[in-house]
Design a protein around this ligand. Sequence first.
Ligand code: GTQ
Length: 353
Amino acid sequence: MTARAATTRDESLPSAYSEALEARSIGPLWTALHVLLPQERVTRALPHRWRWAEVRPLLAEAARLVDIEHAERRVLVLCNPGLEGAYAITSTLYAGLQILMPGESAPSHHHTPAALRLVVEGRGAYTTVDGVKCVMEPGDLIITPPMRWHDHGHEGTEPVVWLDGLDIPLVRGFDASWASPMRPACLPETDTDSSEDEFTGAGLVPRRPRYAATGYPQVRWPWRTVRRALASLAAGAPAHEPVVLRHVDPTTGGFPLATMGSEAQWLRPGEATRAERRTAGRVYQVVEGRGESRVGDATLAWEEGDTFVAPPWHWVHHRNLSATVPACLFQFNDEPALRALGLWHEEIESSST
Ligand code: GTQ
């Protein structure tokens, strides 16, 4: 079901009356009540998949056609086909694929929207978050909290591509989107991030952190660590239980960002998950493997590097199409924002499908 445009004119009323209302910026509620408050949740966003095999050459072409100095951020934005060309993948979330070439750097800025990045391909690039150098290797997650200075650099020899997830549409919904002017990227003050030395073991946090207290103690989750944790969890988990890890602030156990959450899921060979739906919208990046996901009425086949979106309140289940190797999905979402606003709900299908 799709959302309809609201109308504020009641055709059964004298047109002079409707005009009198309109002239005074007044609308009758009774023509719009069930659009404003539908009896089912609705979204214009559609389930959709972007194939890495198709996007990759377009990114390579962008790198040839568009100077980084001109672009500042060389990003191809994934626009949900249901959202009429808006720079939005769901009504609240933005996703784009950013490419940086060897030797390039993208200047520093900060902004009110929060950002996270999941590395898709290539080595040698890094993001600096408030002076902390965060190395980018395939599968790594890096967060850029609101109002933290960040720039991107590249010391390697191959193109690097990552998925950017931001809450731009949500923040714009509050008329709160703002960014600083750009300034040249500067050399990182610290060569390692806290995931390399302070948060290397689950359940352990340093008594005295040596990084500046910013409210965001961990900004990077190396895929190496996440993958190892998923593999251990998968090895011991009963077959019917999904293998999912959430990224958390290790000092609180809460979400690392106030608006966006993220998870990594391991699908065992041949595994088919139970359907569930959430009020959060979800953007998936395929880190490893090949499979298909049912999202509402759509079946989205995917392989490594693909990105796909599950709009809010769509039933979602996944299947690993390999009988021999695992598949790994990264996912980011707007769950923390929904929880903070009292809008979080989820349902899990009781029998497996
Ligand atoms: O890398 O700072 O995809 O500011 C959109 C806005 C990336 C970034 C995006 C941004 C960035």
